[in-house]
Design a binder for this molecule. Structure first.
Ligand code: AGP
Length: 612
């Protein structure tokens, strides 16, 4: 996710674009830049860091012009740096491009262009676009862009300026959002409504595969063949705060609903349907290296730790390498065993990449010379900078304290890592790998299906249980790891006491707490231990608990033993967690709402715990 703003009109572009970008910093804030057409020249200013760094640079080197565009970036390719900030330019520096999304085939395009003499100055995927435009430009930037859009693969919200066509900004959309704003003698383009709400409430929403040209007195939308498209103009009724949440009442609900897109983005460019390759960015494991490993330590906190637990099950299943998962605050002080560092791998998981305990654990193992792989959502974070390998989740900024899309994209990162390791070590053949990859690619759609099929029902359910003092979550294997996450979500935003338990462990004590009417979420998505799980459900049912069953669609058995059930779409048994967590997230959200809790900012908590 990145924030994009463009302006064409009679006013100075810089203040309008900068103000708009400030409204979009929630979409990304690790670097920023602008392009402005000034008396015949395309002027660029860009920098790593937040918008105020760009503001300082623009004060030192003012740019005056009435056509300009800018970005506040959330890096997915190429760490935050001046060179990697957008806009990116062609060889002659006459074309500026700003992009939000992922160009999946950028490596092959970059190689082709380099062979033709194009020089690149960044590690971004975006930089291939201005060079492709330069290659195809024959005096018509729209025509050149249409050619380029037929060549690039992936997702984009693009805005383009050409020095020789200064009266316009051209945009295009596929997956990543892009809107145009209609003014009087001026027009706007942006990735989201908050950026332009101060100037206009008349917007045009671009659909996938559409292009737009904005000038000071016209907004023209076309398809990729150049045919004009008549678009509806929507009046925006939101206030500024509602606009930042895209109309959702809270960031948490917005981020729950962003999960299909976040999962899709995290998979993008790393796997392809029908193929067996899994590209974990620059991370390489050799078969010899993996076969030599005595143990993999996975270390994290909170929700990231729950994702790590799923990672353990799957990496052990696909590789048979022993995996030890630990919460960072314990790990860092228990003098972990590392006789020969070559025999160990550490994986740290952290959405923010700044959690003190996770960072402390990483540094502890760094001191012991153990190789460290990070799964993180923030490319420029301390964890990302200090790890040897980084696998980025592409959830975009997660604002709500309760982690949702970060968790599901961490799971997806583990799915790809575990399968890749299994493939390298020789325990997964091509057919098995292809089937697993195809199942992964179905997850975004299935996640959307789970939301659509369950949200209304869960909202009502949550209201009914919101007055309960205690709610339990039980499961086995992957469902136990999920139970932990479900309990954390509920307690941290609704303040209801919630406890997760391995279903097989209940009879060793906790069963004493189960009495008539105590709600118990029974998570039963794992076929291999399904019968055992059902008998645990019967155990708590026998104590007159109220059972909320969570199973896969078509499973009627769980219904027989539950007071009510939630069904999730069917997928490979390894991947059910990423779907089954969604109903639990929604349940927590609506229960917290019913209890008038501050959903996005729960008491006593912070989004990133940067202190011990
Ligand atoms: C999750 O809902 C919590 N907000 C919290 O447990 C969080 O997951 C934990 O603090 C770890 O944060 P990190 O992923 O940024 O390291």
């Amino acid at each position: 996710m990145c924030g994009i703003v463009g302006y064409v009109g009679k006013q100075s572009a810089v203040p309008i674009v900068m103000k708009g970008l400030a409204k979009l910093e929630y979409r990304g804030y690790d670097s920023a830049g602008m392009a402005v057409w000034q008396k015949g020249d395309l002027k660029i200013e860009k920098t790593a860091g937040r918008l105020d760094r760009l503001e300082d640079k623009l004060k030192q080197n003012p740019i005056n012009g009435t056509v300009g565009m800018g970005q506040t970036r959330w890096a997915t390719h190429g760490r935050p740096s001046d060179a990697n900030a957008h806009p990116h330019l062609d060889s002659e520096e006459k074309i500026a491009v700003i992009h939000n999304g992922i160009i999946e085939n950028y490596m092959e395009l970059k190689e082709m262009l380099q062979k033709e003499g194009h020089e690149f100055h960044s590690q971004t995927d975006t930089e291939v676009i201005p060079h492709l435009l330069e290659k195809y430009y024959e005096g018509d930037i729209e025509k050149a862009l249409r050619k380029v859009l037929h060549i690039i693969e992936g997702s984009y919200a693009l805005v383009v300026m050409h020095e020789d066509e200064p009266e316009k900004i051209v945009g295009a959309r596929k997956d990543s959002p892009l809107i145009a704003g209609l003014g009087k003698g001026e027009n706007f383009i942006a990735s989201d409504i908050p950026a332009i709400l101060e100037y206009t409430r008349e917007i045009i929403v671009l659909n996938h595969g559409e292009m737009v040209t904005i000038t000071e007195d016209d907004v023209t939308v076309t398809d990729l063949e150049g045919r004009r498209i008549e678009k509806d103009v929507y009046p925006v009724t939101w206030n500024a705060e509602a606009a930042e949440k895209s109309g959702y009442p809270h960031f948490m609900l917005k981020e729950i609903h962003e999960q299909p897109r976040a999962i899709k983005d995290t998979l993008a460019g790393r796997i392809e349907k029908g193929k067996t390759d899994i590209v974990l960015d620059e991370i390489e494991f050799s078969a010899d290296y993996l076969k030599k490993l005595k143990k993999i330590y996975i270390v994290a906190c909170g929700t990231a730790f729950h994702a790590a637990m799923v990672g353990k099950y799957l990496i052990e299943h696909f590789t048979r390498i022993p995996v030890e998962v630990d919460i960072a605050s314990e790990f860092r002080y228990r003098d972990p065993i590392v006789d020969d560092p070559e025999d160990y791998l550490m994986i740290v998981v952290s959405q923010s990449g700044e959690t003190a305990d996770t960072l402390g654990s990483l540094r502890e193992m760094n001191r012991k010379d153990v190789r460290i792989m990070a799964i993180t959502n923030v490319i420029g974070s301390s964890v990302a900078r200090e790890a040897d390998d980084v696998l980025l989740t592409r959830a975009g900024p997660e604002i709500a304290v309760a982690s949702t899309k970060a968790y599901t994209t961490q799971l997806v990162a583990f799915y790809m890592t575990a399968i890749k390791m299994g493939q390298i070590i020789g325990r997964l053949d091509n057919n098995e790998t292809r089937d697993l990859i195809d199942a992964l690619l179905d997850l975004p759609l299935l996640a959307q299906k789970v939301i659509d099929a369950n949200e209304n029902k869960i909202e009502k359910m949550a209201k009914r249980y919101s007055s309960k003092d205690d709610i339990f979550f039980i499961g086995r294997h992957l469902d136990y790891a999920l139970a932990l996450e479900g309990a954390l979500k509920l307690k941290e935003i609704s303040y209801i006491h919630a406890e997760a338990y391995a279903a097989g462990e209940l009879k060793h004590g906790t069963l004493a707490l189960i009495e008539k009417g105590v709600p118990v979420f029974a998570i039963a998505t794992q076929p291999d231990i399904y019968a055992k799980m059902i008998s645990n459900v019967q155990e708590v049912k026998a104590r007159e608990a109220t059972i909320i069953g969570l199973g896969t669609e078509g499973d009627q058995e769980i219904d027989k033993h539950s007071d009510e059930t939630i069904h999730i779409a069917k997928t490979q048994k390894y991947f059910t967690t990423v779907l089954a967590v969604i109903p639990l997230q929604l349940f927590s959200y609506y229960a917290a709402l019913e209890r008038d809790c501050d959903v996005d900012k729960p008491r006593n908590l912070a989004k990133s715990v940067t202190v011990e």
